[in-house]
Design a protein around this ligand. Structure first.
Ligand code: PMP
Length: 392
């Protein structure tokens, strides 16, 4: 056998030329421990996944209990699997009444794919409107509505009849017309460097979609489950989507995605033709059990409130002449240095000090702060001190 780093670079398919390649031995709460024993304060949370912290005891217990009962038993939708049903029911209890029916899939990108299909079924239309600088996933449909040409050009042809509007541009709302099946947007743009929407823009979108019979789809894959300081980001703005797309923290650290709409709309998948969206592993009982336990933890420990408080503390402490702006809501933050090289230096400098930060796909001049929502004041102070030291 090769040594582990060698085997990693040789036999495991790579996504880029310079992976961090930390060899993780253990994770707990807000910390990762590498095999060499070095501990890291985690400001990434598996990319907005581990909202309840790594290995929360209640989540681990739910996983073990479900593993002792059954794992995969049948493709999605045929059997009554208690963790799926109870999770869908619980989601309905924390969402507005028109978002009462959940379809579980495997990932954020699959949830977006299926949301597109549902919008087409509901409206009988094909046109999709999405936003410049958006990110919705890496499969062909999600890539088609992603507003980043660099990620797309090698993959054409993509879906036809997709148009782009500018996030937060009120004038562009008028371009939505009765040919549009859906307008799809991130409730806060994430990978473009954390860009929150204005309430006025979202309200104008809601009004225009109502006028034209267009489905308003919010991708809350990254913003969901307390990340922005509310359970779901749309709650900040008083605008409810027709279809809500979920992923990442939905599974409490296990892989799963979902989209949520009304029972009547979701029922369209069951006829003409039947099996409108199908998946073998979607809604696997272990991620459902883990996700349900994580949601209860989020609510019991009021982690959205902690995200608000700790997010404010980051903004208060991260003051330095090199920091142009700390943007975002709750614990979905971008520290904008206005310079990609500086970002690389600071992320590396933090890592040396045992603090894990991370960059964005489409915003090289800023780095992200998105720790577990369980992070405490001491840890925020430690993280900010590391950033300021790295900045010099
Ligand atoms: N939508 C948004 C807003 C995302 O941030 C991501 C992942 N970063 C996705 C969709 C895709 O999710 P996944 O990687 O689970 O397919």
């Amino acid at each position: 056998m090769k040594d582990l780093p060698d085997a990693f670079h040789t036999h495991l398919a790579q996504t880029g030329p310079t992976p961090i390649a930390l060899d993780i031995a253990h994770a707990e709460g807000c910390h990762l421990t590498a095999r060499d024993g070095k501990r890291y304060l985690d400001l990434v949370a598996g990319l907005a996944v581990n909202n309840t912290g790594h290995r929360h005891p209640k989540v681990i217990q739910a996983i073990k209990e479900q593993a002792d009962r059954y794992l995969h038993v049948i493709p999605y939708g045929e059997f009554i699997q208690e963790p799926q049903v109870r999770y869908a029911e619980r989601l309905a209890s924390v969402l507005p009444p028109q978002l009462n029916c959940t379809y579980f899939v495997n990932s954020g990108t699959e949830a977006n794919e299926a949301a597109i299909k549902l919008a087409k079924r509901i409206t009988g239309r094909t046109r999709l409107m999405a936003c410049h600088r958006s990110y919705h996933g890496s499969t062909h449909g999600s890539l088609s509505i992603t507003g980043n040409e660099e990620k797309k050009y090698r993959n054409r042809p993509l879906l036809p009849d997709v148009q782009f509007i500018t996030y937060n541009d009120l004038a562009e709302v008028e371009r939505i017309d009765a040919h549009c099946a859906a307008v799809i947007l991130e409730a806060v743009q994430g990978d473009s460097g954390v860009r929150p929407p204005t309430a006025a823009w979202l309200q104008a979108l809601r009004k225009r979609c109502d006028e034209t019979g267009t489905m308003l789809v919010f991708d809350e894959v990254q913003t969901g489950f307390g990340r922005t300081g509310k359970l779901f980001a749309f709650e900040h703005f008083g605008v409810v989507p027709d279809i809500l797309v979920l992923g990442k923290a939905l599974g409490g650290g296990m892989p799963i995605g979902a989209f949520v709409s009304s029972r009547e709309r979701m029922a369209l998948f069951t006829h003409h033709p039947v099996l409108g969206h199908i998946t073998t592993f979607g809604g696997h009982p272990v991620p459902c059990a883990a996700g349900l336990a994580a949601l209860e933890v989020l609510l019991e420990e009021d982690l959205p409130e902690n995200a608000r408080r700790m997010g404010a503390l980051f903004k208060e402490l991260l003051v330095h002449p090199a920091i142009r702006e700390v943007r975002g809501l709750g614990l979905m933050l971008a520290v904008d240095l206005g310079d990609a090289d500086k970002v690389q230096r600071v992320v590396k400098g933090c890592l040396e000090q045992g603090v894990l930060g991370f960059w964005f796909l489409s915003c090289p001049e800023a780095f992200r702060i998105a720790p577990p929502l369980t992070i405490g004041e001491e840890q925020v102070r430690e993280a900010c001190a590391a950033v300021l030291t790295a900045l010099g």
